[in-house]
Write a protein that binds this ligand. Structure first.
Ligand SMILES: Cc1ncc(COP(=O)(O)O)c(C=O)c1O
Length: 360
């Protein structure tokens, strides 16, 4: 694909996944500068990206620490030269322990836990392999997914981790995922601070029991500014801010959409047209995508290989092009094998999306 470097967008086949590097640069600058000003580390969530070349690009611009949702994402990050990785989830099962130990020997690796059984399995595997794994306790601060409830349960687990061979207790993760898309900023702020206070209170309980806590992390793109700088929080872990999408953008207008799918018009009718990509290339789990720079053209349906766009009059002809802004950037990255990185309308790099379609 190196023959594409330097080519204009017209030279690309469709559909193609595009990343606008100037927009990415501005999004990174905004988030990393704010992190510095507020004295918190920004740990970029790789589940939104899944692309090793993009992780390297972010590292070169000051974001050296990453979050991964799954072990395979952590492996892709390590292969891309990232050396500080937190898996934001529980890694469970004999089949994964060998991979985890091998990775823990290559990079500074951490995982989340929320029960004793998992701590025992991790400890046994790491001791056997002669590896050391950093461990954070996941605290459920209202999302009701994984995690222990704030308070004493976390103290018990911290004590257990602290005396487990092969493990090092590093701190707490509490993700306020249920708050990310609340439209009213004041309501989002109030609820996010309330949730974060529970996380920080749990930190204080563990410290009172004599166990040092070095990392307290949480937040996503929707709540980053309420958690960054909250006393007792050391990190934030947003991911979508890099790429954005048409659902997140109204919630966080300070970050712009850098991800789009370049498509071609394949059919024109009096009141609508169809593009050559559908739900197999543009995720619809968060709703309908938008047409970039053409707000009067409304996407009304995604079939597997078609996007139907309604407008009157129809301003396109067959073989015209449109860029589609997905409603969910993370799920869209997971549908593609390569990303075309562009700057000022020309291809600058072509990156494989190594972790797309992987769930292990
Ligand atoms: C554990 C965890 N942390 C952080 C995030 C933040 O992601 P985003 O910035 O895409 O909202 C997520 C999103 O799913 C998550 O699951």
């Amino acid at each position: 694909m190196s023959f594409l470097i330097g080519q204009p967008l017209d030279a690309l086949d469709t559909p193609s996944l595009l990343l606008d590097l100037d927009v990415i640069d501005a999004n990174l600058r905004r988030m990393f500068d704010a992190g510095k000003q507020r004295g918190v580390n920004v740990r970029t969530h790789f589940k939104s990206l899944k692309c090793g070349g993009l992780a390297r690009y972010i590292k070169e611009r000051g974001g050296a620490t990453f979050l991964a949702a799954k072990l395979n994402e952590a492996e892709v990050l390590a292969d891309a030269g990232i050396t500080d990785i937190l898996i934001a989830n529980q890694v469970v099962g004999a089949q994964k322990m060998g991979r985890l130990a091998e990775l823990a020997r290559r990079v500074q690796l951490r995982v989340c836990v929320d029960c004793v059984e998992n701590i025992e399995q991790l400890s046994k595997a790491m001791s056997k392999a002669g590896a050391t794994l950093g461990v954070l306790i996941e605290v459920d601060i209202g999302m009701a997914r994984c995690g222990v409830l704030p308070g004493d349960a976390a103290v018990g687990l911290a004590q257990r981790i602290a005396k487990s061979p092969g493990l090092r207790f590093d701190g707490l993760q509490g993700y306020d995922g249920h708050l990310q898309l609340i439209a009213d900023p004041a309501e989002r702020k109030g609820k996010s601070e309330e949730a974060t206070e529970q996380l920080v209170a749990t930190r204080r309980l563990i410290e009172r029991a004599g166990i040092p806590v070095t990392i307290v992390t949480g937040a996503g793109t929707g709540t980053w500014e309420f958690v960054a700088g909250y006393p007792g929080v050391t990190e934030i872990q947003p991911g979508s801010f890099v790429l954005m999408d048409c659902v997140y953008h109204p919630v966080r207008p300070e970050f712009n959409c850098s991800l789009s799918i370049l498509t071609s018009v394949i059919s024109v009718r009096p009141k609508w047209y169809n593009l050559d990509a559908g739900s197999k290339a543009i995720s619809k789990d968060f709703g309908m995508p938008a047409i970039k720079d053409h707000s009067t053209e409304a996407v009304t349906r995604l079939s597997e290989e078609h996007t139907k766009v309604e407008c009157e009059p129809v301003p396109v002809q067959v073989d015209d092009r449109r860029e589609v802004i997905p409603a969910h950037c993370c799920a869209t990255m997971n549908l593609h094998r390569q990303a075309i990185a562009v700057r000022k309308g020309k291809v600058e790099a072509v990156w494989p999306i190594e972790a797309s379609g992987r769930y292990d």
